[in-house]
Design a protein around this ligand. Structure first.
Ligand code: NAD
Length: 406
């Protein structure tokens, strides 16, 4: 029987396993490896970081969706894939051999080597990091009771990408709770987002980007654009303004909480495995495999796929990760059954919606623009769909976002 090893139980990896279980029961042996025994909805990490949702609401046990008669689950850290010998090296288990490997180890925070970013700011790329942000904010707010230092009440988000904007909106929703801890009024909790570009969210048109700017303003979220962060010192962000004359001193923003959301790169295991990549993303073949190794699939945030008519790879989203997984399961099914493989992978986006807090969002789907409360309902429905696709009805009922009406 062919052995399929799936590395990572995020959107891409777990969906691949679920699909293989449906398509190839009794025909392949699947081994899934993840460092955690739970799956998390990465698109909702800001809800945990802000403290608006408990961790249990965006996670579920991986074992819940596995078929033990076909899939073996190993909780361990993947150290490296040895493509030549078709082996996966794990931190605490014997190496695994495979016929097909599906590499779906996700992303890590990207600091671009900016001084002090690792030491003095908080990343938000997984559950552990998001809980650390939540706990840090709570401690800062409570500390204000004795310190009376306004920095304790200030949160800076570095980077106004999709992640930074959604996080800022969630933090704004959490203001009343933070204010209670600190013994102040909600308007005293300051949220400040700092970004290098002069046009946030390039994936949205001007109309939607401007709508986002208005929303931030309405929610009293300060946004500084054209501000290239140069260094993070303890409780201090130092940035250079795009129009600053040579020799202008760096601008300083002081805050008790500094969160780092300036972008992500693919898992470091990509480089450990000697794969050719840019920012941890491998330029895939048309079958979503490593160009020179057709038995090694790279999907999710470790993959770069070029649209036929574009010059930049598709953005890394949960939606594309799930679609890649479906394609890979189909391709493996064809190869195992000896039937014709599917044609080249193509992706057509169903649309993109960004939330700014629980009841406000904006985005587009198939050319239709959505704004405000209706967009927030669509966003929750998208999240529910992805939960259903991964965890089935059981997880949807337990964890779904049914607070559609406010
Ligand atoms: P991003 O790369 O989209 O945005 C990073 C932002 O940080 C940019 O606006 C950039 O200008 C800014 N930046 C970078 N370096 C900086 C510096 N030195 N100083 C100041 N600003 C700096 O990263 P992200 O928001 O983490 O998103 C990562 C990927 O995940 C994207 O592809 C995004 O579309 C995707 N994502 C999708 C969803 C979703 O679909 N729900 C949610 C979150 C993220």
């Amino acid at each position: 029987m062919k052995k399929v090893v799936v590395l990572g139980a995020g959107y891409a990896g777990l969906k691949t396993v679920v699909e293989l279980q449906k398509k190839l029961h009794g025909k392949v042996e699947v081994t899934l490896v993840d460092q955690n025994d739970y799956h998390y909805e990465a698109t909702d990490l800001h809800e945990v970081a802000s403290g608006n949702l408990p961790t249990s609401k965006i996670t579920f046990p991986i074992a819940d969706v596995l078929d033990p008669s076909m899939t073996t689950f190993i909780v361990d850290r993947v150290e490296k894939v040895d493509e030549e010998n078709k082996k996966v090296e794990l931190a605490n288990h014997e190496p695994l051999s495979y016929d097909y490997c599906v590499f779906a180890l996700g992303f890590v925070s990207e600091t671009f080597g900016i001084k002090g970013a690792v030491e003095n700011s908080l990343p938000m790329t997984n559950i552990v990091e998001s809980e650390a942000i939540r706990d840090h904010i709570e401690a800062q707010m409570k500390n204000y009771q004795s310190s009376k230092n306004p920095e304790d009440l200030k949160i800076v988000v570095c980077g106004a990408g999709f992640t930074g904007i959604e996080l800022a909106g969630a933090l704004a929703d959490a203001r009343p709770r933070y204010a209670k801890w600190a013994g102040v009024t909600p308007d005293q909790i300051k949220i400040h987002v700092i970004d290098a570009s002069n046009r946030i969210l390039p994936m949205f048109n001007d109309n939607l980007a401007n709508y986002c700017l208005k929303l931030l303003d309405k929610l009293d979220i300060e946004l500084t654009q054209s501000a290239l962060i140069q260094e993070i010192q303890p409780n201090t962000v130092l940035y250079k303004g795009a129009d600053d004359a040579e020799g202008t001193p760096l601008h300083e923003v002081k805050a008790g909480t500094i969160i780092w959301t300036t972008g992500v790169s693919g898992s470091p295991v990509v480089a450990e495995s000697g794969l050719q990549a840019r920012r941890g993303r491998v330029m895939d073949s048309e079958h979503l495999t490593v160009p020179e190794d057709d038995d090694m699939y790279m999907i999710g945030d470790v993959a770069a796929v070029m649209p036929p008519d574009g010059d930049r790879p598709y953005p890394t989203t949960a939606q594309i990760a799930l679609k890649m997984a479906r394609y890979v399961a189909k391709d493996i099914e064809a190869r195992v059954n000896g039937t014709k493989r599917p044609g080249a992978y193509t992706f057509s986006s169903l649309g993109t919606v960004a939330s700014v807090g629980n009841t406000r969002a904006f985005g587009e789907s198939k050319g239709i623009t959505m704004k405000g409360y209706p967009a927030s309902v669509v966003k929750k429905m998208i999240m529910n769909k992805s939960l259903f696709v991964q965890g089935g009805l059981k997880e949807l009922i337990a964890k779904g976002r049914f607070d559609l009406y406010h």
